[in-house]
Each structure stands twice: as structure tokens, then as C-alpha cells.
Ligand binder design. Sequence first.
Ligand code: HEM
Length: 152
Amino acid sequence: MTIIDPIFGAGMLPALKQFVMATKLHPILVNFTAALVPVSLASDCIGRFIKSESFRHTAWWTLFYATAITPFTAITGWLFWMSDDNGATGMTIHKWLGSGLAVLLFVLFIWRWKLRRQARWATTSYLLVAAIFVVALAYQGHLGGEQVFSSM
Ligand code: HEM
């Protein structure tokens, strides 16, 4: 019996793992997280610089979709875990950094949501924190890609 059996029923976890392995869902979903968050930040920067409402809305909606998708990116990462990932330092960082980023993105989303409700431009402190998030996200992608492609 696994920890999620009382929630999903026995056998659900192996079935989910098999589905994620067969569809390679994690490498698919990472593209959405990795694209939407930087696009949101860039749109907020441009929007604030040229005072464009359209860019400001783009920043909000791309962050909205990133926040909706990223929990699935993280969950499929856990389900995509393979035996050769065990003991690889980069993958240990990847596992915990990725899980942390999914939670932090939600915090960033709440912050951005409050700015949107007040119809304000993204503040300098928000842009700085979002920029740090994007750097961490790039490092996260680098670690995942290194594990996949370094053995090729
Ligand atoms: C923000 C969240 C995350 C991002 C952006 C991300 C990004 C990536 C990227 C870019 C790859 C390479 C994919 C490819 O091109 O084939 C990858 C692979 C992988 N990621 Fe993540 N990841 C995230 C979260 C996680 C989490 C939470 C785990 C949990 C353990 C995880 C486990 C894996 C595994 C197992 C692989 C494949 C490694 C292998 O082939 O041995 N990822 N990830």
C-alpha cells in the first residue's frame, strides 16, 4: 500500500507512473513552465517601460497559465523518476528545486494577482523577485537537460 492509495485507490500510482513514462509527459510540460514564466516577466518589463496595457495583460495571463500548469510539471517529474536518477547530485537538486519552484510560483501569482486587482504596473521589487525566479527556472531546466543529454 502506498501513501496515495487511500486517495486514489490501490494500483493507481503504478498506473499513473506508467502513463507518464509512456507519454513522456514531464518533458512536454516543462516547456510550458519554462516558456510562460519568462514571457510573463518580459511582458511586465516591456509593459511598464512603454506603458502598454496590452503587455500588462499578457504578463498576467501567461503567469496565470504557468501557475495552473506547473503543479502538473512537478508531479509528472516525480512520476518520471528513474533508477539512474538516484544518487545523481544534479537530480537531487532538480527534484527539490523543482518542487520548491512550483510552490514559489503560486506565491508570485498571488503577488501579481494583487497588483492586477489594484490595476498597477508591476513594481520594481516584483520584477526583481520574478527575475530571480526565472534564473532559478533556467538552472532547473539546465539540470534536467544535463541528466537527459549528458549520457548521449
Ligand atoms: C518547475 C519544475 C520543473 C522543470 C522546469 C523541469 C525541467 C526539466 C527538464 C527541462 C528536463 C529535461 C527534459 C528533456 O528534455 O527530456 C527534466 C527532466 C527530468 N525531470 Fe524535471 N523539471 C521540473 C520539476 C521536476 C521535479 C519536481 C521532479 C521530481 C523528481 C523532476 C524530475 C525529472 C526527471 C526524473 C527527469 C528525467 C531525467 C532522466 O532522464 O533521467 N523534475 N526536467
